[in-house]
Design a protein. Structure first.
Length: 594
């Protein structure tokens, strides 16, 4: 008897023998059992995963002499004819060579005739996307309303090329790529039945190369039987297919995580010197790193990783040395290099550059990390401001004109207690905070000594208007920052205005005529109450607030001297915390003139 290759000899003959497509086989078996078999099916998916085999098994199940059953007998003339490929009622057509309108017209003429000996006449069209548009249009009516004795089974690797009018007339099944573990189990079973000696590492190497195709894996196994002598090992697979050992992938990953540039470049040089295909190695390495990503995302799952047990141990260790953000950045860099290698004149240089870039991912701070550092610096700066504030201004008689702008140390302790209880400033305020909640967020004068951790007494009467305005100018920046922590959007409005004066204990904030919208947005009872409470907290005095529009005639007023702000900027640069922030973010302090 003529030799038959393993891919044909071990082709599935029953639904239960199809590997990795349980979602399709279960549906088809139930449809047969319930008598709900459609007139047209479309099987899609990558190469070598069982599309045509599924169509043949379904044809056998419908035409079996024992009746339409989910498990055909494989003994009757109909089943044997379908298996041998010479059944008169099951016609397999190659879409690439029968793609014209003339062939479709011939098919339409033949579907009228009843099957010769079977229950149904079945047309299996492989690579159906190769059929021309005109031929598809000629097939539409027949496909939608075929004779009762006709069934159409289509198979394609590119379903997006099939017209929507054809897709809508078929029941579509998407077959998935077969996992490496399923391929290894199938190869082990075949090797045991065929008395082929092969170790597990070799099976995993074949599965890596097959990339989800069972037919490719069986063909490689068939080729390895002729290539090797004795037991087929991983070295035989590596030598024949031009792959690299899993140990090389582990060493490359260790060099990448540890930032060992020299080791990584030496490994790439050794791979190139052995004549390996660098694009194939890079694709293999990306698959290995993907296994690390899966471990970080969903935890330990050796079956889903698709690697040998030895490699799985290394992956479990390496996943603890790199974060998810870092492995995502690495995969992004290497995937781009994989795409560019197709047109690269020097793949080695491109691979070396990709390795060096990917090795430096640990030096790149993630966005959440940067935001956390900024928040930490903000809290340190606020704490420094609290600790460095003078006890308050005094008049000529030694009396306290206004309470100090920063609360005493007791407030720090109160804030720390709230942070430990989960109620402190760690939770940032939102712009959509309900207005009813603003009173609770900001300290009100009616709340007395316990307002927002301030251990001072209730707000007192305001000082004379001139002294109060000077004090407001001193604490205005603190007022803006306090508003931002409660209602950030209000700060963007309030910053457009300026304290213009006091009138009977009421602070007047003026806006330019082109900022009337900002003034109207602030002129709301809830907003005014919030600002009044914050002013009371900072000034230690009960003051009112109103918003006005500055007239054009007031534009010529004498500008305030700029020496004070510039002096503040110079003092700000000397602050140790500011200096550390400038060094950390490579920033500088600038003076923006309005």
């Amino acid at each position: 008897m003529e030799y038959q290759v393993l891919a044909r000899k071990w082709r599935p003959q029953q639904f239960d023998e199809v590997v990795g497509q349980e979602h399709v086989t279960t549906t088809l078996k139930n449809a047969i059992a319930k008598g709900r078999v459609a007139h047209a099916y479309l099987f899609t998916g990558p190469r070598g995963i069982g599309k045509t085999s599924m169509a043949r098994i379904l044809a056998k199940a419908l035409n079996c002499a024992e009746g339409s059953i989910a498990s055909p007998c494989d003994r009757c003339p109909s089943c044997k004819g379908i298996i041998a490929g010479n059944s008169m009622d099951v016609l397999e057509i190659d879409g690439a060579s029968n793609r014209g309108i003339e062939q479709v017209r011939e098919l339409r003429a033949n579907v009228k005739f009843a099957p010769s000996s079977s229950r149904y006449k079945v047309y299996i069209i492989d690579e159906v996307h190769q059929i021309t548009t005109d031929a598809f249009n000629a097939l539409l009516k027949t496909l939608e309303e075929p004779p009762p004795h006709v069934k159409f089974f289509f198979a394609t690797t590119e379903p997006h090329k099939v017209p929507a009018t054809i897709l809508s007339r078929c029941q579509r099944f998407d077959l998935r790529s077969i996992s490496a573990k399923e391929i290894v189990d199938r190869l082990t079973r075949i090797a045991k039945s065929e008395k082929i000696a092969i170790d597990e590492e070799a099976c995993f190497a074949i599965a890596r190369y097959a990339q989800g195709s069972m037919r490719d894996a069986e063909s490689i196994l068939d080729q390895l039987v002729s290539f090797s002598e004795g037991t087929i090992g991983e070295g035989d697979v590596i030598s024949m297919l031009g792959l690299v050992k899993e140990s090389v992938l582990r060493e490359m990953t260790d060099a990448l995580i540890g930032g060992d540039f020299r080791k990584g470049l030496e490994l790439i040089g050794a791979i190139a010197a052995e004549g390996k295909e660098l694009p194939l190695f890079l694709a293999d390495w990306i698959g290995y790193l993907r296994s690390i990503m899966l471990v970080l995302v969903r935890g330990g799952d050796e079956r889903g990783a698709g690697v040998s047990p030895e490699a799985w141990k290394a992956i479990s260790i390496q996943s603890g040395r790199i974060s998810l953000d870092q492995i995502l950045n690495v995969l992004e860099v290497l995937t781009k290099a994989d795409q560019q290698m197709k047109w690269a004149l020097s793949p080695r240089i491109l691979l070396e550059l990709a390795f060096l870039k990917a090795s430096k991912v640990k030096e790149i701070a993630s966005l959440p990390g940067i935001l956390n550092k900024i928040r930490l610096l903000e809290r340190k700066l606020q704490g420094s401001a609290v600790g460095g504030t003078s006890p308050g201004d005094t008049d000529a008689a030694g009396g306290n004109l206004l309470a100090p702008s920063a609360p005493p140390a007791g407030r720090d302790r109160a804030e720390a207690k709230r942070v430990s209880a989960g109620r402190g400033p760690a939770a940032e305020p939102r712009d959509d905070t309900p207005t009813d909640a603003l009173d609770a967020a900001a300290p009100a004068s009616s709340q007395g000594p316990q307002a927002v951790g301030d251990d001072r007494g209730p707000c007192s009467s305001p000082p004379p208007d001139g002294e109060a305005l000077a004090r407001v100018h001193e604490v205005w920046s603190e007022v803006l920052e306090r508003v931002a922590t409660v209602r950030p959007l209000l700060k963007s409005y309030l910053i457009e205005g300026r304290p213009a004066g006091f009138d009977g204990g009421v602070l007047c904030v003026e806006f330019a005529e082109d900022r009337a919208y900002h003034r109207d947005s602030l002129d709301h009872p809830h907003h005014k109450k919030l600002l009044k409470n914050i002013l009371c907290e900072r000034l230690g005095a009960d003051v009112g607030i109103r918003f006005d529009i500055r007239k054009k005639t007031e534009k010529k007023e004498t500008a305030e001297p700029c020496s004070a702000p510039r002096k503040e900027i110079q003092n700000l640069k000397k602050n140790p915390l500011i200096q550390s922030a400038l060094e950390m973010f490579h920033a500088q302090v600038i003076d923006i003139k309005k």
